[in-house]
Structure formats: C-alpha cells, structure tokens
Write a protein that binds this ligand. Structure first.
Ligand code: 5GP
Ligand code: ZN
Length: 111
C-alpha cells in the first residue's frame, strides 16, 4: 500500500520520532504549524480513528496519554489536539492520526 505514514512506521522514510511503542508512533510534522507540532498515529493502517478495533483503542489511547506527558515535559505544557477525519474535514493523509500542536504564547489559536 502506498501510504506515507506506513512508510514512516516501517522506517522506509525518515521522520523525527518522539515516541514509539508496539501500537503507536509519534513524530514531528514535516510542515509544522508551530515548533514541535507532532503527529500521533497507530502503527496499523486504519483510515480514520473510528475504524480502530477494541484492542487498538485501548493500547493506542494508553500510549497517547503517555506521549502527552512526554510532550508536556519536553515540548510544551499548552497545546491543541486536532484530528481530521475525512476529506471534507481536511484529512490529507488517509492513515489515522492526531495532531498535537504546541502553543507558546497567548497569541490565539493557530491551526
Ligand atoms: P491531515 O491534513 O491529513 O490531518 O494532516 C497530515 C499532516 O501530515 C500534515 O500536517 C502534513 O504536514 C504531515 N505530513 C505529510 N507528509 C509527511 C511526511 O512525509 N512526514 C511528516 N513528518 N509529516 C508529513
Ligand atoms: Zn498507512
């Protein structure tokens, strides 16, 4: 399958990886809205978040919480969490992912 995020999971293309476990991986967005803009994704290919099975849901969101703690320690305490699901919602990469966008100043919401 020609999926850029599967290629990142399989280390076929490089990414700056911040977190990894058996189910998930987090890495820096190549075109960040802010410094430290990260993506948290399941290692298995699901097109959208709602497609994940129960085993995945448990482990993915467990890992997500661990990653958020790491993100708060290393990148920023303040951030937005966004997930685009479907073309009309702005999803461009059809491998489920969550954006974590750090906010450094009280300068409003930068998507
Ligand atoms: P979407 O619009 O699908 O929610 O967001 C996809 C995100 O993936 C975008 O913010 C885009 O910058 C990021 N992205 C696309 N291709 C790559 C890539 O090859 N490497 C990394 N690190 N991020 C990517
Ligand atoms: Zn994929």
């Amino acid at each position: 399958m020609d999926c850029i995020f599967c290629k990142i999971v399989n280390k076929e293309i490089p990414a700056y990886i911040l977190y990894e476990d058996a189910y998930s991986i987090a890495f820096l967005d190549i075109n960040p809205s802010n410094k430290g803009h990260s993506l948290f994704i399941p290692k298995k290919h699901f097109e959208r978040l709602s497609e994940m099975d129960n085993e995945y849901i448990r482990n993915f969101y467990g890992g997500f919480n661990k990653f958020l703690r790491l993100f708060e320690d290393r990148i920023s305490k303040d951030y937005n969490i966004i997930a685009n699901n479907g073309k009309k919602a702005g999803q461009a990469i059809f491998h489920a992912h969550i954006h974590i966008i750090p906010q450094y100043e009280d300068d409003g919401y930068k998507k």
